[in-house]
Every structure is written in structure tokens, then in C-alpha cells.
Design a protein around this ligand. Sequence first.
Ligand code: SAM
Length: 272
Amino acid sequence: MANENGAPTGGQAREIDLSRPSIARVYDAVLGGKDNYEVDRVVADEVRRTMPHISDVGWYNRAILGRAVRHLAVEVGIQQFLDLGAGLPTLENTHQVAQRHTPHARVAYVDNDPIVLAHGRALLEENEYTGVVTADLRDPDAVLAHPGVRRLIDFSQPVGVMLVGMLHHLHDDEDPQGIVDAYMGAVPPGSHLLLTHFCDTGPEARTVEETMLEFLGTGRFRTMEEIEAYFHGLELLEPGVVSLPLWRPDSPVPLPLTVAQRLMAGGVARKP
Ligand code: SAM
């Protein structure tokens, strides 16, 4: 398979496999999209059985992506985004948000699921500032050297590095911290990291984790402290690492938060 630039994808790309659920397609099913199959909907239904408001959780995640990318584009002046584990759902993707404010903002989407590339081709037609690279983000050297990434991202200028709803799909033995560090090590000062993650807030979260691990094989719920640790060496923007609805909300958020509202946490930080 080749990516949108015609470049080979380094053997990382797979054909769409309908025999097993995929993370991107299950997420799409959770968000009510159409790019999913029966095998994915079974997982989404199982998760919904333990967490009836799981779709809301997905939308809280999409919402912070929108608010944070807008903040980075408008307030900070970030003009290029490396969206790792992009997923490409239907609405308000990174390039749509960033380019609304900064028309020439460049976005490189990276995902290892071929469905994302298929979806991306249609979505990104005629947008020369945006591209989809099919690659495994666990190999930062390969991603950072990829011609599809290099075409869009100038690593001498600040980059918005995004790991949104992604890192919880890596197990501890896949070295998620090392992966964050590798990407943040490759970008210059003034770059920012936007990261969101499933948050271990108690028994309900752990029940969802068990279901995800059983039916999907991934979905680690880490504590607020563990999530905060991913930002080490960086300067967290206010209000720090918080439950997603509390990160710079557009309108006041009634308290206390619901279990679903606390099921993911995240933040944005600047590389000094
Ligand atoms: N970032 C988007 C968001 O938050 O709305 C999508 C999140 S989705 C839950 C996680 C995405 O990460 C999926 O599209 C999945 O295919 C991708 N992914 C999982 N493991 C990956 C890997 N090793 N390399 C690249 N992408 C990966």
C-alpha cells in the first residue's frame, strides 16, 4: 500500500481486517459514525453495557481536541500539527479546526489503521496543507523521517504534537513515556503537547478497563498522576491536567462532574 504521497508505508500498513475489531472503527462506532463493522459494534455495545454514557466520553474528547487546537492556532500561533493516532472521525478534525483560524496551517495525520487512510483520502482531497500517513507511532524514528510527515512539518519551527485518546491504547511494556519523549525531543522549544487519556477514577473506570481489555485488547486507565507524568520536562498550561470538560471550557461546567465526565483527563504543555 502507498500513502497519499505515493510513498511506501514501510510495511506498517495492513489491509482492512474484518475478522477483528479495530480501535479506530470501535471509536467510530462509539461516536455514532458509519465507518465500522459488526465486529466493532459488538465491542462498542459491550463497553456501553458497562458505561452507558461512553459516547459522551468520546465527544468530550473530541471537544477538547477542538478547544485545544483552536487555542494553539489562535493564541499560541502554532502553524503545524502532528496528530498521532489521528483516527479521523467525521467532524471537526484537526485541520478543519486549525485551518478555520489559520488557513495555511499544516496537519500531518498519522495512524496505523488503513481505514483512516481510506477515509482520509476522501476528506483531504485538494487540501495541500494536510496529509495522512499510515505508520506505527510506536516507531518514532520512522514516523519522524517519513516523507509524508517531512513534506508538511518543518521541525525547525514549533509543532503541535497531539496524542489524543491514543496513549491508553499502549500497554506499559510498549514504553508510552519513551514514545512521548521521543516526539517531544524531536521538536523545537515553543512546541506544545496535547494529550488526553483514559483516567482511573475508581471502580467504574476499572470495570470499563476490564471490558476494553477483554474485547479489544487495549484500553489502559491510568491515574491522574500517571497521566501528568507524561508531560514531564514541559510547562503545563493552565489549568493543568484535568478531567476533559474542565480544560478551558467555552461555558461554565456544572459541578460535580459525572462519572462519564471524569473518565478521561488531559492537558496541554509547552516545551521550554
Ligand atoms: N485522536 C483521535 C481522537 O482522539 O478523536 C482518535 C483516537 S482513536 C481512540 C485512537 C487511534 O489511534 C485509532 O485511530 C487507532 O487506529 C490509532 N492507533 C492505535 N495504535 C496505533 C499505533 N501503534 N500507531 C498509530 N496509530 C495507532
